[in-house]
Design a protein around this ligand. Structure first.
Ligand SMILES: Cc1cc2nc3c(=O)[nH]c(=O)nc-3n(C[C@H](O)[C@H](O)[C@H](O)COP(=O)(O)OP(=O)(O)OC[C@H]3O[C@@H](n4cnc5c(N)ncnc54)[C@H](O)[C@@H]3O)c2cc1C
Ligand code: SF4
Length: 326
Protein backbone atom coordinates (compact mmCIF):
# COMPACT_ATOMS: atom_id res chain seq x y z
CA UNK A 1 0.00 0.00 0.00
CA UNK A 2 1.29 3.47 -0.83
CA UNK A 3 1.48 6.11 1.92
CA UNK A 4 -1.54 8.40 2.20
CA UNK A 5 -2.99 10.97 4.57
CA UNK A 6 -6.48 10.74 6.07
CA UNK A 7 -8.75 13.51 7.33
CA UNK A 8 -12.37 13.25 8.34
CA UNK A 9 -14.65 15.96 6.97
CA UNK A 10 -16.62 17.70 9.73
CA UNK A 11 -19.22 19.02 7.32
CA UNK A 12 -20.01 19.26 3.62
CA UNK A 13 -18.05 22.47 3.10
CA UNK A 14 -15.01 20.86 4.71
CA UNK A 15 -15.36 17.85 2.41
CA UNK A 16 -15.70 19.98 -0.73
CA UNK A 17 -12.63 22.04 0.19
CA UNK A 18 -10.59 18.89 0.63
CA UNK A 19 -12.05 17.42 -2.58
CA UNK A 20 -11.11 20.55 -4.52
CA UNK A 21 -7.52 20.17 -3.32
CA UNK A 22 -7.44 16.64 -4.79
CA UNK A 23 -8.59 14.65 -1.75
CA UNK A 24 -10.33 11.37 -2.52
CA UNK A 25 -13.64 10.72 -0.78
CA UNK A 26 -14.03 7.53 1.21
CA UNK A 27 -17.41 6.40 2.54
CA UNK A 28 -17.74 2.76 3.73
CA UNK A 29 -14.27 1.99 2.38
CA UNK A 30 -15.32 -1.54 1.36
CA UNK A 31 -13.93 -1.32 -2.14
CA UNK A 32 -11.50 1.62 -2.17
CA UNK A 33 -9.35 0.11 0.61
CA UNK A 34 -9.12 -3.21 -1.30
CA UNK A 35 -7.95 -1.40 -4.41
CA UNK A 36 -5.40 0.57 -2.38
CA UNK A 37 -4.06 -2.63 -0.82
CA UNK A 38 -3.60 -4.07 -4.29
CA UNK A 39 -1.96 -0.75 -5.37
CA UNK A 40 -4.49 -0.44 -8.19
CA UNK A 41 -5.50 2.87 -6.59
CA UNK A 42 -2.92 5.16 -5.03
CA UNK A 43 -4.64 8.26 -3.67
CA UNK A 44 -2.36 10.54 -1.69
CA UNK A 45 -5.05 11.91 0.58
CA UNK A 46 -8.33 10.41 1.71
CA UNK A 47 -11.27 12.44 2.97
CA UNK A 48 -13.63 10.54 5.24
CA UNK A 49 -17.23 11.58 4.52
CA UNK A 50 -19.13 9.15 6.74
CA UNK A 51 -20.19 11.88 9.21
CA UNK A 52 -21.90 14.06 6.58
CA UNK A 53 -25.70 14.35 6.83
CA UNK A 54 -26.40 12.40 3.62
CA UNK A 55 -27.98 9.27 5.04
CA UNK A 56 -31.67 9.93 4.78
CA UNK A 57 -34.08 8.00 2.58
CA UNK A 58 -37.23 10.03 1.88
CA UNK A 59 -40.29 9.87 -0.32
CA UNK A 60 -40.42 12.87 -2.66
CA UNK A 61 -43.49 15.07 -2.98
CA UNK A 62 -44.65 13.25 -6.10
CA UNK A 63 -44.06 9.74 -4.74
CA UNK A 64 -40.53 9.02 -5.90
CA UNK A 65 -37.55 8.31 -3.63
CA UNK A 66 -34.51 10.31 -2.62
CA UNK A 67 -31.76 8.08 -1.27
CA UNK A 68 -28.91 9.87 0.51
CA UNK A 69 -25.49 8.95 -0.86
CA UNK A 70 -24.35 7.79 2.59
CA UNK A 71 -27.35 5.58 3.30
CA UNK A 72 -25.95 2.08 3.71
CA UNK A 73 -26.96 -0.66 1.31
CA UNK A 74 -28.52 -2.55 4.24
CA UNK A 75 -30.63 0.32 5.58
CA UNK A 76 -31.76 1.29 2.07
CA UNK A 77 -32.79 -2.29 1.30
CA UNK A 78 -34.71 -2.58 4.57
CA UNK A 79 -36.40 0.83 4.37
CA UNK A 80 -40.19 0.26 4.39
CA UNK A 81 -40.80 2.84 1.64
CA UNK A 82 -38.14 1.35 -0.61
CA UNK A 83 -39.60 -2.11 -0.06
CA UNK A 84 -43.15 -1.05 -0.86
CA UNK A 85 -42.60 1.55 -3.59
CA UNK A 86 -39.62 0.03 -5.45
CA UNK A 87 -38.95 -3.59 -4.44
CA UNK A 88 -36.56 -3.82 -7.40
CA UNK A 89 -34.12 -1.61 -5.43
CA UNK A 90 -34.38 -3.67 -2.23
CA UNK A 91 -33.97 -6.92 -4.13
CA UNK A 92 -30.94 -5.69 -6.10
CA UNK A 93 -29.27 -4.60 -2.85
CA UNK A 94 -30.10 -7.78 -0.95
CA UNK A 95 -28.60 -9.88 -3.74
CA UNK A 96 -25.34 -7.88 -3.52
CA UNK A 97 -22.15 -8.66 -1.62
CA UNK A 98 -22.67 -10.00 1.95
CA UNK A 99 -24.60 -8.84 5.02
CA UNK A 100 -21.43 -7.45 6.63
CA UNK A 101 -20.47 -5.51 3.51
CA UNK A 102 -23.98 -4.16 3.06
CA UNK A 103 -23.86 -2.74 6.59
CA UNK A 104 -20.73 -0.71 5.79
CA UNK A 105 -21.16 0.04 2.10
CA UNK A 106 -23.05 3.11 0.89
CA UNK A 107 -25.24 3.86 -2.10
CA UNK A 108 -22.81 6.52 -3.41
CA UNK A 109 -19.86 4.13 -3.06
CA UNK A 110 -21.83 1.36 -4.73
CA UNK A 111 -22.50 3.21 -7.95
CA UNK A 112 -18.87 4.41 -7.96
CA UNK A 113 -17.37 0.92 -7.53
CA UNK A 114 -14.90 -0.18 -10.18
CA UNK A 115 -14.93 -3.25 -12.39
CA UNK A 116 -14.15 -6.74 -11.10
CA UNK A 117 -12.13 -7.56 -14.27
CA UNK A 118 -9.28 -9.66 -12.83
CA UNK A 119 -6.69 -8.02 -15.09
CA UNK A 120 -7.68 -4.60 -13.77
CA UNK A 121 -6.89 -5.81 -10.25
CA UNK A 122 -3.62 -7.49 -11.27
CA UNK A 123 -1.06 -4.70 -11.55
CA UNK A 124 1.25 -6.91 -13.64
CA UNK A 125 -1.37 -7.27 -16.45
CA UNK A 126 -1.99 -4.90 -19.38
CA UNK A 127 -5.07 -2.82 -18.64
CA UNK A 128 -6.12 0.41 -20.35
CA UNK A 129 -8.47 1.25 -17.53
CA UNK A 130 -5.76 1.13 -14.86
CA UNK A 131 -2.84 2.17 -17.05
CA UNK A 132 -4.06 4.01 -20.19
CA UNK A 133 -2.34 2.88 -23.38
CA UNK A 134 -1.01 -0.39 -21.92
CA UNK A 135 -3.50 -2.64 -23.77
CA UNK A 136 -6.31 -4.93 -22.66
CA UNK A 137 -5.35 -8.40 -21.45
CA UNK A 138 -9.00 -9.48 -21.37
CA UNK A 139 -9.53 -9.21 -25.15
CA UNK A 140 -7.57 -12.40 -25.79
CA UNK A 141 -7.54 -13.67 -22.23
CA UNK A 142 -10.10 -15.09 -19.79
CA UNK A 143 -13.14 -13.05 -20.75
CA UNK A 144 -16.01 -15.30 -19.68
CA UNK A 145 -17.43 -12.75 -17.24
CA UNK A 146 -16.84 -9.70 -19.43
CA UNK A 147 -19.26 -7.47 -21.31
CA UNK A 148 -21.03 -8.14 -24.59
CA UNK A 149 -22.65 -4.71 -24.89
CA UNK A 150 -21.11 -1.24 -24.96
CA UNK A 151 -17.58 -2.56 -25.37
CA UNK A 152 -14.75 -0.90 -27.28
CA UNK A 153 -11.42 -2.00 -28.74
CA UNK A 154 -9.85 -0.70 -25.54
CA UNK A 155 -11.98 -2.23 -22.78
CA UNK A 156 -14.62 -4.93 -22.36
CA UNK A 157 -15.11 -4.82 -18.59
CA UNK A 158 -18.57 -4.90 -17.01
CA UNK A 159 -19.87 -2.47 -14.41
CA UNK A 160 -20.45 -4.73 -11.40
CA UNK A 161 -23.11 -2.91 -9.38
CA UNK A 162 -26.54 -4.52 -8.98
CA UNK A 163 -28.46 -1.54 -7.65
CA UNK A 164 -27.14 0.58 -10.52
CA UNK A 165 -29.11 -1.70 -12.86
CA UNK A 166 -32.29 -0.88 -10.94
CA UNK A 167 -31.42 2.85 -11.05
CA UNK A 168 -30.82 2.62 -14.81
CA UNK A 169 -34.15 0.86 -15.37
CA UNK A 170 -36.06 3.40 -13.23
CA UNK A 171 -34.30 6.37 -14.89
CA UNK A 172 -32.92 7.76 -11.67
CA UNK A 173 -30.99 11.02 -11.33
CA UNK A 174 -27.71 11.50 -9.49
CA UNK A 175 -27.47 14.63 -7.33
CA UNK A 176 -24.00 16.17 -7.16
CA UNK A 177 -22.47 18.99 -5.18
CA UNK A 178 -19.17 20.51 -6.22
CA UNK A 179 -17.08 23.66 -6.05
CA UNK A 180 -19.38 25.19 -8.73
CA UNK A 181 -22.59 24.29 -6.91
CA UNK A 182 -25.24 21.62 -7.39
CA UNK A 183 -26.06 19.66 -10.50
CA UNK A 184 -28.24 16.72 -11.43
CA UNK A 185 -27.15 14.10 -13.90
CA UNK A 186 -29.50 11.51 -15.42
CA UNK A 187 -28.29 8.06 -14.43
CA UNK A 188 -27.88 7.20 -18.12
CA UNK A 189 -25.20 9.91 -18.41
CA UNK A 190 -23.51 9.32 -15.05
CA UNK A 191 -21.59 6.12 -15.85
CA UNK A 192 -19.52 6.32 -19.04
CA UNK A 193 -18.92 3.67 -21.68
CA UNK A 194 -15.21 2.94 -22.17
CA UNK A 195 -14.69 4.19 -25.75
CA UNK A 196 -11.08 5.26 -26.11
CA UNK A 197 -10.81 6.37 -22.49
CA UNK A 198 -11.79 3.43 -20.25
CA UNK A 199 -10.02 5.12 -17.35
CA UNK A 200 -12.83 7.74 -17.33
CA UNK A 201 -15.74 5.96 -15.69
CA UNK A 202 -18.13 8.63 -14.41
CA UNK A 203 -19.09 12.15 -15.38
CA UNK A 204 -18.03 13.51 -11.97
CA UNK A 205 -15.88 16.64 -12.01
CA UNK A 206 -12.88 17.10 -9.71
CA UNK A 207 -14.04 17.41 -6.12
CA UNK A 208 -17.72 16.69 -6.79
CA UNK A 209 -19.58 14.79 -4.12
CA UNK A 210 -22.58 12.56 -4.76
CA UNK A 211 -25.26 13.72 -2.35
CA UNK A 212 -28.21 11.52 -3.36
CA UNK A 213 -29.82 9.33 -5.98
CA UNK A 214 -33.38 10.28 -6.85
CA UNK A 215 -35.83 7.80 -8.31
CA UNK A 216 -38.75 9.45 -10.11
CA UNK A 217 -42.37 8.77 -9.28
CA UNK A 218 -43.94 6.22 -11.60
CA UNK A 219 -47.62 5.53 -12.25
CA UNK A 220 -49.23 3.12 -9.78
CA UNK A 221 -49.87 0.26 -9.41
CA UNK A 222 -46.26 -0.61 -10.20
CA UNK A 223 -44.79 -4.08 -9.83
CA UNK A 224 -41.03 -4.44 -9.87
CA UNK A 225 -38.25 -6.88 -9.10
CA UNK A 226 -34.63 -7.91 -9.72
CA UNK A 227 -33.26 -11.24 -10.91
CA UNK A 228 -29.56 -12.08 -10.66
CA UNK A 229 -27.99 -15.08 -12.37
CA UNK A 230 -24.53 -16.04 -11.11
CA UNK A 231 -22.12 -18.94 -10.76
CA UNK A 232 -23.10 -19.49 -7.11
CA UNK A 233 -26.11 -18.32 -5.19
CA UNK A 234 -24.44 -15.92 -2.77
CA UNK A 235 -21.49 -13.58 -2.54
CA UNK A 236 -20.99 -13.45 -6.28
CA UNK A 237 -21.30 -10.89 -9.05
CA UNK A 238 -23.88 -11.25 -11.83
CA UNK A 239 -23.29 -13.16 -15.05
CA UNK A 240 -26.56 -11.59 -16.14
CA UNK A 241 -29.29 -9.76 -14.29
CA UNK A 242 -32.56 -8.01 -15.04
CA UNK A 243 -34.35 -5.13 -13.32
CA UNK A 244 -37.99 -4.86 -14.36
CA UNK A 245 -40.84 -2.50 -13.42
CA UNK A 246 -44.29 -2.76 -15.03
CA UNK A 247 -47.39 -0.59 -14.78
CA UNK A 248 -50.40 -2.58 -16.01
CA UNK A 249 -53.89 -1.05 -16.14
CA UNK A 250 -57.02 -2.54 -17.65
CA UNK A 251 -55.02 -5.66 -18.52
CA UNK A 252 -52.65 -3.68 -20.76
CA UNK A 253 -49.03 -2.72 -20.10
CA UNK A 254 -48.91 1.07 -19.88
CA UNK A 255 -45.28 1.50 -18.84
CA UNK A 256 -42.27 -0.82 -18.83
CA UNK A 257 -38.84 -0.08 -17.35
CA UNK A 258 -36.20 -2.70 -18.06
CA UNK A 259 -32.41 -2.86 -17.72
CA UNK A 260 -29.81 -5.61 -17.61
CA UNK A 261 -26.63 -6.14 -15.60
CA UNK A 262 -23.56 -8.33 -15.99
CA UNK A 263 -23.58 -7.82 -19.75
CA UNK A 264 -22.75 -4.15 -20.36
CA UNK A 265 -19.80 -1.89 -19.73
CA UNK A 266 -22.44 0.19 -17.93
CA UNK A 267 -25.85 -0.94 -16.58
CA UNK A 268 -27.70 -1.65 -19.80
CA UNK A 269 -31.08 -0.04 -20.38
CA UNK A 270 -33.25 -2.01 -22.81
CA UNK A 271 -35.47 0.50 -24.66
CA UNK A 272 -36.26 -1.95 -27.49
CA UNK A 273 -37.71 -4.39 -24.93
CA UNK A 274 -39.68 -1.59 -23.22
CA UNK A 275 -41.19 -0.36 -26.49
CA UNK A 276 -42.17 -3.89 -27.47
CA UNK A 277 -44.11 -4.36 -24.23
CA UNK A 278 -46.08 -1.12 -24.04
CA UNK A 279 -49.67 -1.43 -25.27
CA UNK A 280 -49.61 -5.24 -25.08
CA UNK A 281 -51.38 -7.73 -22.80
CA UNK A 282 -49.16 -9.80 -20.48
CA UNK A 283 -48.54 -13.36 -21.66
CA UNK A 284 -45.68 -15.83 -21.70
CA UNK A 285 -45.41 -15.42 -25.46
CA UNK A 286 -45.08 -11.65 -25.06
CA UNK A 287 -42.26 -11.90 -22.50
CA UNK A 288 -40.26 -14.24 -24.73
CA UNK A 289 -40.80 -12.10 -27.85
CA UNK A 290 -39.85 -8.89 -26.00
CA UNK A 291 -36.75 -10.47 -24.45
CA UNK A 292 -35.56 -11.44 -27.92
CA UNK A 293 -34.65 -7.75 -28.34
CA UNK A 294 -32.47 -7.71 -25.22
CA UNK A 295 -29.18 -8.65 -26.85
CA UNK A 296 -29.47 -6.29 -29.83
CA UNK A 297 -25.99 -5.09 -30.81
CA UNK A 298 -24.19 -7.66 -28.63
CA UNK A 299 -20.55 -8.35 -29.50
CA UNK A 300 -19.58 -11.45 -27.56
CA UNK A 301 -15.97 -12.46 -26.94
CA UNK A 302 -14.38 -15.90 -27.22
CA UNK A 303 -15.50 -17.15 -23.79
CA UNK A 304 -18.75 -15.29 -23.15
CA UNK A 305 -20.96 -16.18 -26.12
CA UNK A 306 -23.30 -17.94 -23.69
CA UNK A 307 -24.28 -14.54 -22.30
CA UNK A 308 -26.33 -13.67 -25.40
CA UNK A 309 -28.85 -16.47 -24.79
CA UNK A 310 -28.57 -16.21 -21.00
CA UNK A 311 -29.43 -12.50 -21.16
CA UNK A 312 -32.58 -13.14 -23.20
CA UNK A 313 -33.69 -15.89 -20.82
CA UNK A 314 -32.96 -13.78 -17.75
CA UNK A 315 -35.04 -10.89 -19.09
CA UNK A 316 -37.90 -13.18 -20.19
CA UNK A 317 -37.96 -14.91 -16.81
CA UNK A 318 -37.99 -11.69 -14.84
CA UNK A 319 -40.73 -10.21 -17.05
CA UNK A 320 -42.75 -13.35 -16.36
CA UNK A 321 -42.16 -13.10 -12.60
CA UNK A 322 -43.02 -9.38 -12.36
CA UNK A 323 -45.80 -9.61 -14.94
CA UNK A 324 -47.47 -12.32 -12.89
CA UNK A 325 -47.92 -15.01 -15.54
CA UNK A 326 -45.48 -17.52 -14.10
C1 LIG B 1 -16.31 -9.29 -1.69
C2 LIG B 1 -17.21 -8.24 -2.28
C3 LIG B 1 -18.36 -8.65 -2.95
C4 LIG B 1 -19.20 -7.69 -3.51
N1 LIG B 1 -20.33 -8.07 -4.19
C5 LIG B 1 -21.12 -7.13 -4.76
C6 LIG B 1 -22.28 -7.49 -5.49
O1 LIG B 1 -22.62 -8.67 -5.62
N2 LIG B 1 -23.04 -6.48 -6.03
C7 LIG B 1 -22.72 -5.17 -5.87
O2 LIG B 1 -23.45 -4.30 -6.38
N3 LIG B 1 -21.62 -4.80 -5.21
C8 LIG B 1 -20.83 -5.74 -4.66
N4 LIG B 1 -19.70 -5.37 -3.98
C9 LIG B 1 -19.30 -3.98 -4.00
C10 LIG B 1 -19.84 -3.23 -2.82
O3 LIG B 1 -21.21 -3.03 -3.01
C11 LIG B 1 -19.05 -1.92 -2.77
O4 LIG B 1 -17.80 -2.26 -2.20
C12 LIG B 1 -19.70 -0.84 -1.95
O5 LIG B 1 -21.00 -0.56 -2.38
C13 LIG B 1 -18.89 0.43 -2.00
O6 LIG B 1 -19.44 1.35 -1.09
P1 LIG B 1 -18.50 2.09 -0.03
O7 LIG B 1 -19.33 3.07 0.68
O8 LIG B 1 -17.77 1.09 0.83
O9 LIG B 1 -17.49 2.78 -1.02
P2 LIG B 1 -15.96 3.26 -0.80
O10 LIG B 1 -15.06 2.06 -0.85
O11 LIG B 1 -15.87 4.15 0.39
O12 LIG B 1 -15.77 4.15 -2.08
C14 LIG B 1 -15.87 3.61 -3.38
C15 LIG B 1 -15.61 4.73 -4.39
O13 LIG B 1 -16.67 5.64 -4.36
C16 LIG B 1 -16.22 6.96 -4.12
N5 LIG B 1 -17.26 7.59 -3.31
C17 LIG B 1 -17.90 7.04 -2.24
N6 LIG B 1 -18.88 7.85 -1.83
C18 LIG B 1 -18.87 8.93 -2.63
C19 LIG B 1 -19.66 10.11 -2.71
N7 LIG B 1 -20.69 10.35 -1.88
N8 LIG B 1 -19.37 11.01 -3.67
C20 LIG B 1 -18.35 10.79 -4.56
N9 LIG B 1 -17.58 9.69 -4.52
C21 LIG B 1 -17.84 8.77 -3.58
C22 LIG B 1 -14.86 6.79 -3.45
O14 LIG B 1 -14.01 7.88 -3.69
C23 LIG B 1 -14.37 5.53 -4.14
O15 LIG B 1 -13.80 5.85 -5.37
C24 LIG B 1 -18.87 -6.31 -3.39
C25 LIG B 1 -17.73 -5.92 -2.67
C26 LIG B 1 -16.90 -6.87 -2.13
C27 LIG B 1 -15.66 -6.42 -1.39
S1 SF4 C 1 -11.38 -5.28 -19.94
FE1 SF4 C 1 -10.97 -3.17 -19.30
S2 SF4 C 1 -10.51 -3.41 -17.13
FE2 SF4 C 1 -10.24 -5.46 -18.06
S3 SF4 C 1 -8.09 -5.60 -18.75
FE3 SF4 C 1 -9.25 -4.80 -20.44
S4 SF4 C 1 -9.01 -2.58 -20.21
FE4 SF4 C 1 -8.56 -3.47 -18.23
Amino acid sequence: MHPFSFTKAADTRDALNAGRRGGRYIAGGTTLVDLMRETVERPESLVGISDLPLREVTVTERGGLRIGALASMAETAAHPKVRTLFPVISEALELSASAQLRNMATIGGNIMQRTRCTYFRDVTAACNKRDPGSGCAALKGRNRTHAILGTSEDCVATHPSDVAVAFAALEATVHLLGPDGERRVPFADFLLRPGKTPNREQSLKQGELITAVEVPALPRPLKSGYLKVRDRQSYEFALTSAAVALHVRGGVIQEAKVAAGGVGTVPWKLPAVEVYLVGERPSDALWAAAADHAAKGARPLEHNRFKVELLKRTVARQLRIVGGTR
